[in-house]
Design a binder for this molecule. Structure first.
Ligand SMILES: Cc1cc2nc3c(=O)[nH]c(=O)nc-3n(C[C@H](O)[C@H](O)[C@H](O)COP(=O)(O)OP(=O)(O)OC[C@H]3O[C@@H](n4cnc5c(N)ncnc54)[C@H](O)[C@@H]3O)c2cc1C
Length: 521
């Protein structure tokens, strides 16, 4: 006999995003079913957070009364409340630029590196989520809050009944039918609805096609041991999302506090073909052979899981929402993770969608809100794809790559600060894409960057980026004396108070509230 489940909202996919939606909706008293094809704990890729990610997590937790989720937004509170859930300490973004065949050598000017701190100390630092345990913890919280959790469910069909959505499938060898007024697709890239509704993918417009090759490892050496920093870097370079960038791709290295390190590469099709990326471990070895210093970092490393070869990393969907359904941004598109943009995009989408479900009843108003949600989701994926696409074009040119990446760092740090000051309207859209000055500039600079300009055009682009950033730079990003090592300095923010439309005192109080207390002066 068919098992029937009737809820207000069904969520397909119980990754962190689906589980968060379930938790928030339960806090609003909605009946929720969380439908998962696999079971937890399970491996998931996508681990590194940013200050904006954690601020969005905090905002969501505060809005929906979820202190247990808020604890995950900072290294310090995480370690005190949930030491049983592994994570990594992320103090910043470390970029190291390599040439195939050459050992990594850099000088005083840091021509081949960029270190951007994300936090002033460990207590308030970001984290890398060890997804097997982090996602499980959120799903357990959703279940404890009363969400109906249906794992190991094979969904075969979805139907719009005119008043709701019905999912049909099997679980435990028995037919199951889940009926809901609204359906959220949190099933990740190339997920459930895109397949079941046949809405299909959309072509990439700015990013080159890339392939992924990744695993989890033990015994990955510290980069600091391979290439000790000269001087005192703004944070320990390994307590970071460490990026090894080289022509045709990049490698991420994310260390967790349980001895595991996540590492993998995103490679253009051309480089992936040369390496025979689909072969997995041998291809990884071949890649490391071409990057002697990275090979040194991995000389004692051992993969703890079979390598995953993803023939396509990035993915875009044509349709994001219908009358009674919506895809989360992470199901609507995946952009190359070079700037750790997946989580903030997803959390922005979750906040918008939950708000929409909170404030509109089925009908014309909800339809308009869903159309706006779909549009914003696509626009934010577009600007991210365009900027990351430009970075790919400049992987052999560290100067231009670094300068272009400052567009991201300026926008992200400005957005975070004005949100914390209660002025989110100053930073409209992800990467300020809806800002009347910055939005066109980020797209314009990315378009020029995509051509990998040289000579005068390259100089002109660098100057244009500086001009675009200046009104939003609250982190000393244009201070060349920092030689591409950017610490978090309280006085930078205080000095930038007018850019934030705040008084210096207001900024000082913010710094105290946010745990910069000893540095605010
Ligand atoms: C190589 C790579 C690296 C990345 N690194 C980062 C990073 O460092 N930082 C960052 O911010 N973002 C990163 N991202 C993006 C990030 O992975 C995603 O934003 C994030 O995982 C989305 O989480 P989610 O919960 O929406 O989906 P997922 O984590 O993909 O979870 C989806 C869940 O849905 C289930 N599911 C799928 N299909 C069905 C179905 N038909 N029926 C039922 N259940 C189903 C799956 O089993 C899974 O449990 C990366 C992406 C890639 C590809």
């Amino acid at each position: 006999m068919t098992r029937s489940v009737h809820v207000d909202i069904a969520i397909v996919g119980s990754g962190f995003a689906g589980a968060l939606c379930a938790l928030a909706l339960r806090q609003r008293g909605r009946r929720v079913a969380l439908v998962e094809r696999g079971r937890h704990p399970r491996f998931a890729i996508g681990e590194s957070t940013t200050p904006l990610t954690n601020l969005l997590l905090e905002e969501l937790a505060d809005r929906y009364g979820l202190p247990q989720v808020r604890a995950f937004s900072k290294w310090g509170t995480w370690q005190r409340t949930r030491p049983d859930v592994a994570c990594g300490l992320k103090r910043g973004f470390t970029f190291l630029f390599h040439r195939h065949g050459d050992p990594f050598i850099d000088g005083d000017a840091h021509a081949r590196q960029l270190l951007v701190a994300a936090s002033p100390n460990d207590e308030v630092a970001d984290t890398h989520w060890y997804r097997p345990e982090f996602d499980l913890a959120l799903v357990e919280q959703a279940q404890a809050a009363g969400a109906i959790y249906l794992d190991e469910t094979r969904l075969e069909k979805v139907r719009d009944t005119g008043s709701g959505m019905t999912l049909e499938g099997t679980r435990d060898g028995r037919a199951i039918e889940v009926t809901a007024g609204f359906l959220i697709d949190a099933s990740g890239p190339r997920g459930f609805l895109a397949t079941a509704l046949g809405t299909g993918g959309a072509p990439l417009r700015w990013l080159p096609h890339t392939q992924g090759l990744y695993s989890h490892f033990e015994n990955v050496d510290l980069w600091e041991n391979v290439a000790p920093a000269d001087g005192t870097p703004p944070y320990p370079p390994d307590a970071a999302a460490l990026h090894h960038v080289f022509p045709g791709g990049w490698i991420w290295v994310l260390r967790f506090n349980n001895g595991i390190t996540s590492a993998g590469a995103a490679l253009t099709d051309q480089l992936a073909a040369t390496l025979h990326a689909s072969e997995g471990a041998p291809a990884w070895d071949r890649l490391l052979q071409s990057l002697p210093s990275v090979q040194e970092q991995f000389r004692s490393a051992r993969a703890t899981l079979p390598f995953v070869h993803a023939p396509r990393v990035a993915f875009r969907c044509r349709e994001v929402a219908g009358e009674r359904w919506a895809l989360l941004p992470s199901a609507a598109g995946v952009i190359d993770p070079l700037l750790s943009t997946g989580f903030p995009l997803t959390l922005l989408g979750i906040a918008r969608l939950l708000d929409l479900l909170d404030t509109t009843a089925p009908g014309a108003q909800r339809q308009a809100a869903l159309a706006a949600y779909a549009h914003t989701t696509q626009v934010e994926l577009d600007v991210t794809e365009q900027l990351v696409g430009a970075l790919y074009a400049c992987m052999a040119d560290p100067v231009l790559f670094k300068r272009l990446s400052l567009l991201y760092f300026a926008a992200a740090s400005y957005s975070e600060t004005v949100r914390r000051l209660g002025r989110p309207h100053l930073a409209p859209g992800f990467l300020l894409n809806a800002h009347r000055h910055f939005g066109p500039e980020v797209r314009g600079c990315a378009a020029l960057g995509a051509e990998a300009p040289v000579g005068a055009a390259r100089t002109a682009l660098c100057d244009r980026i500086d001009r675009a950033i200046e009104p939003f730079d609250t982190a000393g990003l244009l201070d060349r004396t920092r030689r591409d090592w950017y610490p978090v300095v309280a006085s930078d923010l205080v000095a930038s108070a007018s850019k934030l439309e705040a008084s210096p005192d207001e900024v000082r109080r913010l710094l105290e509230r946010c745990g910069f207390v000893n540095q605010a002066s």
